[in-house]
Design a protein around this ligand. Structure first.
Ligand code: ATP
Length: 137
């Protein structure tokens, strides 16, 4: 079955939205097969955001991602990569439709609550960065 990597960012944890975000995936019918709660390291974030390292917003993104614990998760089910992205909304919460996580809970660009893999290939890459096989059910 298809898998995706979803991560609740520090703002989602700080605002007490972990349960609400998990519920949306559970309610949709997806299966949680791996989850952690941790302060991310600079090293793991540089790997995760490899494609953004030279972007102007990278230093600020890195700082933000280090402001508190994150909740990395692996979700499984039919078309979960594409559906997961649709459930998150656009990168900018202000242009995200109501009904999406970002559209319902956010208004600030960087503080967009949650990350989701954008393709099956990136899902595989990201899952391997954050989880060992033995940590997934
Ligand atoms: P994610 O990868 O977190 O799911 P995304 O795919 O919607 O988000 P990306 O373009 O991959 O967005 O950017 C990664 C993250 O970097 C965004 O989620 C956001 O937090 C931050 N970001 C992206 N663009 C900007 C920007 N122009 N200014 C500030 N932060 C940005």
């Amino acid at each position: 079955d298809e898998r995706t990597f979803i991560m609740i960012k520090p703002d989602g944890v700080q605002r007490g939205l972990v349960g609400s975000i998990i519920s949306r995936f559970e309610n949709r019918g997806y299966q949680l097969i791996g989850m952690k709660f941790q302060l991310a390291s600079k090293q793991i974030l540089e790997k995760h955001y490899e494609e953004h390292i030279n972007k102007p917003f990278f230093p600020s993104l890195l700082n933000f991602m280090l402001t508190g614990p994150v909740v990395p998760m692996v979700w499984q089910g039919k078309d979960v990569v594409k559906q997961g992205r649709a459930m998150l909304g656009q990168t900018n919460p202000l242009t995200s439709a109501p009904g999406t996580i970002r559209g319902d809970f956010g208004i600030v660009m960087q503080k967009n609550l949650v990350h989701g893999s954008d393709s099956v290939e990136s899902a595989k890459r990201e899952i391997a960065i954050w989880f060992q096989d033995s940590e997934l059910t």
